[in-house]
Ligand binder design. Structure first.
Ligand SMILES: Nc1nc2c(c(=O)[nH]1)N[C@@H](CN(C=O)c1ccc(C(=O)N[C@@H](CCC(=O)O)C(=O)O)cc1)CN2
Ligand SMILES: [Mg+2]
Length: 291
C-alpha cells in the first residue's frame, strides 16, 4: 500500500474561496469583517504566522489590524489592549499570538477576550461549549484536521483515534472533536509508557508531540490514517513533522505532509471563524439569536 497524500494546501484554498464569497456578501450590507492580531515579542516563527494571517485576511477582503509590542510588555497593558478591542464594534475577531513572554499569564489574557470575538476558540467559554457539543468557535488546527478528514471521506465514527499530545491548542481539543464524531479516543503524551503499543492500535493517528520524525512504520498500524501536526527541524535544519514520511509511506493509507498538510488549514479556519463572527454580529443587530 502506498499512502495517499492529504493536500491541506488545496483544501485550504477551497475554504478561503468560500470565505471570500461570504465576505463579499457582508460588504454588500456595509460590514467589513475585522480581525485584530496581537503580537508580543520577537519570536520569528510567530512573526511569520502573524504576517501570513494578516496577508490572508487582506486577500479575502477582510480588515486586519496588527497590534505589535516588545517582549517587555506588562500583562496589565496587554489586558487593557484586549479591553479596547472587545469594545471596538469594527473588530469581529481577536487573536493573541501564542506563546506569550514569561511575565504574561496566557490564561488571564485568553480569559479577557470577549467569547463572541474568540476566533481562536481558546476562551474557556468556547472550550466548554465545544466539549458539550454546543455551537462555539472551534480551535483552528483541530477544526482544520476534521475538515481534512471530511474532505477525504474519512469518517471517524467507530474508529480508534490515538492522539499524541495534550496541549490546549491541539491535543486536547482534537480528541474532543473526534469523540463528538463517535471515534474511540486514546490520549498519549510525553509520559506515556510504551507509546508504540498504543499508536499501533490507531485507525487514525494524530501526532502533535513536536519530535522530529519520531513516528516511523513501527508506530503505525497497516492502513492507518496518519495526521502530522508536528513542526520541527530535522538534522539539516529543514522543516519536518513528527512523522518519518518516507518510512511510513508504505504502511499508512493517508498521510498529511509537513509542510502543506495541517498547517495551511489553521489559517483557513481562522478566516472562517472571523467571517462567522461578523455574520453573528449582523444577526444580533437584526435580533436573530445565534451563539
Ligand atoms: N493564537 C494562536 N497561536 C498559535 C496558534 C494558533 O492557532 N493561534 N497555532 C500555532 C502557530 N500557527 C498559527 O498561529 C501556525 C503554525 C503553522 C502554520 C503553517 O501554515 N505551517 C506551514 C509551514 C510554515 C513554514 O514553512 O514555516 C505548514 O505546515 O505547511 C500556520 C499557523 C502556535 N500559536
Ligand atoms: Mg507565559
Amino acid at each position: 500500500m502506498t499512502a495517499k497524500t492529504i493536500d491541506g494546501k488545496a483544501v485550504s484554498l477551497k475554504i478561503k474561496e468560500q470565505v471570500k464569497t461570504r465576505v463579499e456578501k457582508l460588504k454588500e450590507q456595509g460590514i467589513v469583517p475585522g480581525l485584530a492580531v496581537v503580537l508580543v515579542g520577537e519570536d520569528s516563527a510567530s512573526h511569520t504566522y502573524v504576517k501570513n494571517k494578516k496577508k490572508t485576511c487582506e486577500s479575502l477582503g477582510m480588515r486586519s489590524d496588527l497590534h505589535q509590542f516588545p517582549d517587555t510588555l506588562e500583562e496589565a497593558e496587554l489586558l487593557s489592549v484586549i479591553d479596547d478591542l472587545n469594545k471596538d464594534p469594527d473588530i469581529h475577531g481577536i487573536l493573541v499570538q501564542l506563546p506569550l513572554p514569561k511575565q504574561i499569564d496566557e490564561f488571564k489574557v485568553i480569559q479577557a477576550i470577549d467569547p463572541s470575538k474568540d476566533v481562536d476558540g481558546f476562551h474557556p467559554v468556547s472550550v466548554g461549549n465545544m466539549v458539550i457539543g454546543k455551537e462555539a468557535f472551534l480551535p483552528c488546527t483541530p477544526h482544520g484536521i476534521m475538515k481534512l478528514l471530511e474532505h477525504y471521506g474519512i469518517n471517524p465514527a467507530g474508529k480508534h483515534t490515538v492522539v499524541i499530545g495534550r496541549s490546549n491548542i491541539v491535543g486536547k481539543p482534537i480528541g474532543q472533536l473526534m469523540l463528538q464524531q463517535d471515534a474511540t479516543v486514546t490520549y498519549c503524551h510525553s509520559k506515556t509508557a510504551d507509546l508504540a503499543s498504543f499508536t499501533r492500535q490507531a485507525d487514525i493517528l494524530v501526532s502533535a508531540i513536536g519530535k522530529a520524525k519520531l513516528i516511523d512504520h513501527s508506530f503505525v498500524k497497516p492502513g492507518a490514517v496518519v495526521i502530522d501536526v508536528g513542526m520541527n527541524r530535522d538534522e539539516n535544519g529543514k522543516l519536518c513533522g513528527d512523522v518519518d514520511l518516507a518510512d511510513v509511506q508504505e504502511t499508512a493509507s493517508f498521510l498529511t505532509p509537513v509542510p502543506g498538510g495541517v498547517g495551511p488549514m489553521t489559517i483557513a479556519m481562522l478566516m472562517e471563524n472571523t467571517v462567522q463572527s461578523a455574520e453573528n454580529g449582523l444577526l444580533k443587530d437584526k435580533n436573530i439569536e445565534t451563539m
